[in-house]
Each structure stands twice: as C-alpha cells, then as structure tokens.
Ligand binder design. Structure first.
Ligand code: R1P
Ligand code: URA
Length: 239
C-alpha cells in the first residue's frame, strides 16, 4: 500500500505530525484545530473524517477524527502508524462513568482497556491480552493533569462494541466491583494497534455520561466543550 491510503488523503507523510490527537468526532477535531492550533492546514477529508496539522505553542501536532467503534477507528490507527509513520496517537474521547466517584466532566486516563471485541482472538489463542497505553506518556499526562488542577482518575476502561449496550446487570456490577472506571468504544483497538507497530498510544477521556446517575451531556458539549482534555493532550503530545 502506498500513500494516499484508501481512507486518508494526505499526499505526503510530511503533512501529518509525529503525534496525532484523535477524538471519535471529526467536528471535535476541527474544534481543536480552530481553537488551539496556529497556522493549521487540513490534510484529509476522505469520508468526512477531517484531519488538520498545525502548531500548539510552537510544537507541530495533528488532530483527526477516528469515527466510532473499534472497526472504524482501527482503519485510521493502522494507516497513520503504518503508512504515515506517525509515532504517537492520543485519543481524546468522551466516556460514560461506571463509578459513583467518577463525575460528569472529570478526566480519566486509561491504564488498560478490556473489551468483548474479538479482534485479538486469533492473535493470542486462549490468552486474554490486556492492551495498555505507553507508560511514560501516561505518567507524564497524570502529572500534568494534577499540575493543571484537573480532577483526574486513572484506571481500566471498557471499550464496548455497542453504545446502546444490552449489558447484563450482573456483568455490569462485576465490572464496577473490579473497578472499571468508564465505558467508551475505541481504546482497546488503539492500544493493540500501537503495540503491533511498536508505537505509542494514550487515551484521555472527559466523562460525558454517567451510567450511575443517568446524566448525559448535550451533543454540542461533546463536540465543543471538553477543553481540559484537549489542553492536557496538547501539553503532553511528544514532538
Ligand atoms: O467522543 P468520542 O471520542 O467519539 O468517544 C465516545 O463517543 C462515541 C459514542 O457516542 C464513541 O466513539 C465513544 O467511544
Ligand atoms: O461509549 C460511550 C461513550 C460515551 N458515553 C457512553 O455511555 N458510552
């Protein structure tokens, strides 16, 4: 395969920075470019999955949507790492809290992801691989988030295959008891893909829903308001 790839229209590797921030929502990517980056240029809009490269405090960084769910997002993770030589992907996502103490708009840093996804079944036989982010990047993000004064939780996240999940009540209670912090839909695929290519990944979340209190943020807020998470990702993005 050569570039441009089937799903990213950048004609040269140079159009994309070494680190790419990736929300599921391409319009959140556009919001980040418009509000945080200087001199940004759009490098792709294939299938409406917008991607931009610009400068944050002089540091070159890209931001691009990943779409929702492991199958969609893994197309972009694979193409960015493998064909565009991207070194680091930082997911900047929304997530649904599964714990009483993880409140709306809190920051969560994933230390690992569990999933019902079968993407790794043929890779590891009967061993249940636990995909994890880059530890140095995680530690840097944790320290930075604390320094910025953000309410920050670190722990395992559930990368669900379904937003409208029919999860069994007992399974949900077990996940809660074993301290899974929140549910989202892509990190299991991101961490796995990063390890495949020997690259770096991190996932930062803003809590947009609570499965405990049944709160849910508006679509407008999910697209345009999770600025603590955006700033944190940009601050720790490697050059
Ligand atoms: O806000 P984003 O990054 O899209 O993340 C979460 O939101 C989407 C569902 O609404 C899924 O992609 C889930 O992982
Ligand atoms: O996957 C997700 C994302 C946000 N909120 C949820 O409840 N689930």
């Amino acid at each position: 395969m050569s570039i441009p790839t089937p799903h990213i229209s950048a004609k040269s590797k140079d159009e994309i920075a070494n680190t790419v921030l990736m929300p599921g929502d391409p319009l959140r990517a556009k919001y980040i470019a418009e509000n945080f980056l200087d001199d940004y240029k759009q490098f792709t809009n294939t299938r409406g999955m917008l991607g931009f490269t610009g400068f944050y405090k002089g540091k070159r960084v890209s931001v691009m949507g990943s779409g929702m769910g492991i199958p969609s997002s893994m197309i972009y993770f694979n193409e960015l790492y493998k064909f565009y030589d991207v070194e680091t992907i930082i997911r900047v996502g929304s997530a649904g809290s599964m714990q009483e103490n993880v409140k709306l708009h809190d920051i969560v840093l994933a230390t690992s992801a569990c999933s019902e996804s079968s993407i790794n079944d043929n890779l590891f036989g009967n061993i249940h691989f636990s995909p994890t982010p880059d530890f140095d990047l995680l530690l840097t993000a944790y320290n930075k988030s604390k320094e910025l004064g953000y309410i920050t939780h670190c722990g395992q996240v559930h990368s669900s295959d379904q937003f409208y999940s029919n999860i069994d009540e007992k399974v949900f209670k077990n996940l809660q008891q074993y301290d899974v912090l929140c549910v989202e839909m892509e990190s299991y695929g991101l961490f796995t893909t990063a390890r495949k290519y020997g690259k770096k990944a991190l996932a930062i979340f803003t809590i947009s829903d609570s499965l405990v209190s049944n709160e849910a943020d508006s679509a407008e807020n999910r697209q345009n308001s999770y600025t603590q998470m955006m700033e944190l990702a940009l601050e720790v993005a490697p050059k």
